[in-house]
Design a protein around this ligand. Structure first.
Ligand code: UDP
Length: 406
């Protein structure tokens, strides 16, 4: 892991000094994180980078995973989709399975800490075992603005008992009897996923992955999830194929807590069949440097999500100075200002139009990427994210008495 000082070039000296000063107030405190997967997806990505940084700052981070069977993940995936606004049928047995799995986890997990960040719905029910002196935050990464009522009402019973909730964008806030704070996620500029890569290394990785670079590459990096709309991406690309020379790459992997991935991957492969200019690649979840190289080798990055929590892949691409065309959903508009730091789209037609236009106007595309990089530097780097969490921890520990500027 890089040392904090090494972040100075990306984040600036004052951000680093500020982070150290704030962390000093929490020296020796234990901060527990609980989520449901150690690899795959944005939460795991962030925790794997943030926790070593906490340790260097003198804080004691811990990370626990809730465990359940396939049936539990099927239920929590339904929760996830329903909270994002995609209609799901939940049965009383589903809710009971959730309660039972929470009970089993309460016995199995070590939940001792001064402060806990409990991520998303999967572990939310652990609140029943919150130690009296601890402060617990429900950290929600989901866009709740169109949530399905039955699932939200069920979860709200748990969430209302937390000390506070943390959301990624103001539009995600809900009526709750607890305070809600906005803390957008972040990327780590020094991680293998994002660090600078020499041109030769990029080429070697692309060769190894058998991704030809003879045509400009348009790429979407995403779990194979319907809400990321891989089929819509293929459809949009097919619309512009007669007018452009380009290749489409859909690259994704699976996450332990996502049971739908294999099916969506099969559907994407079927839709791409027989077209040598549409590549569908499934990579193991540890392929960080490969994802980095793919993003850097691409001319345009897509994130055509239909629903999105934050969409880390957008910041990852902007940080690499890439023009991004992304769905105007969830936290994506926080990252992309339309026609300034990227392009926001709402339809397949719109995505097709902007792909064609950016391929034909490389200077404009380049400017979008450059503006995007500066926006990410100011707002979406790991150092800012950790600073916000630590300020919140101080605030909660003081019983809400401390003045803080978030
Ligand atoms: N990712 C990856 N390999 C893949 C697909 C995605 O490493 O095959 C990473 C991606 O680079 C990003 C994270 O997983 O860091 C996805 O986060 P995002 O917020 O975009 O979406 P989520 O999966 O959390 O819905």
């Amino acid at each position: 892991m890089p040392k904090i000082e090494e972040y100075t070039a990306a984040a600036g000296r004052s951000a680093i000094e500020e982070l150290k000063a704030i962390a000093g107030r929490l020296e020796g405190k234990t901060i527990l994180n609980v989520n449901s997967t150690a690899v795959g997806g944005g939460v795991a990505e962030i925790l794997s980078r943030m926790l070593p940084m906490m340790t260097e700052l003198g804080i004691r981070p811990r990370w626990e995973l809730v465990k359940g069977g396939e049936d539990f993940y099927a239920v929590t995936k339904k929760f996830h989709n329903a909270l994002h606004g995609s209609r799901q049928e939940l049965t009383p047995a589903d809710f009971q399975l959730y309660r039972d799995t929470m009970k089993a986890n309460m016995d199995a997990l070590d939940l001792d800490s001064d402060i806990a960040l409990i991520h998303d719905p999967q572990p939310a029910g652990l609140i029943d075992k919150k130690p009296a002196a601890a402060k617990w935050l429900w950290r929600c990464h989901i866009d709740l603005s169109n949530r399905q009522d039955d699932v939200w009402d069920f979860l709200k019973g748990y969430v209302s008992r937390y000390d506070a909730a943390v959301i990624s964008a103001p539009a995600f806030s809900q009526r709750l009897p607890i305070k809600q704070f906005q803390v957008p996620p972040s990327i780590d500029p020094l991680a293998d996923k994002n660090r600078e890569l020499p041109e030769e290394e990029i080429k070697a990785i692309m060769e190894r992955l058998q991704i030809p670079l003879d045509k400009p590459l348009i790429t979407q990096v995403s779990r194979f999830d319907r809400l990321k709309d891989p089929l819509g991406v293929i459809q949009a690309f097919r619309m512009i194929q007669p007018y452009v020379t380009a290749r489409l790459l859909l690259v994704g992997g699976s996450a332990d807590d996502d049971p739908e991935g294999a099916q969506v991957l099969a559907e994407a492969r079927e839709a791409a069949k027989g077209d040598p200019d549409i590549l569908v690649l499934c990579l193991p979840p540890t392929s960080n440097v490969e994802i980095n190289a793919i993003q850097r080798a691409s001319a345009i990055i897509l994130q055509k999500s239909l629903k999105e929590g934050f969409g880390l892949t957008v910041s990852e691409a902007l940080w690499k100075g890439k023009p991004v065309i992304a769905g105007a959903v969830g936290g994506i508009p926080l990252q992309v200002t339309h026609k300034y730091s990227g392009i926001l789209t709402r339809t397949i037609d719109g995505t097709a139009y902007w792909m064609k236009r950016l391929l034909h106007e490389p200077a404009y595309a380049k400017r979008l990427g450059e503006n995007g990089r500066e926006h990410v530097r100011e707002n979406f780097l790991l150092t800012r994210h950790l600073r916000d969490y630590l300020l919140l921890a101080i605030y909660l520990q003081s019983g809400g008495q401390d003045f803080i500027r978030l």
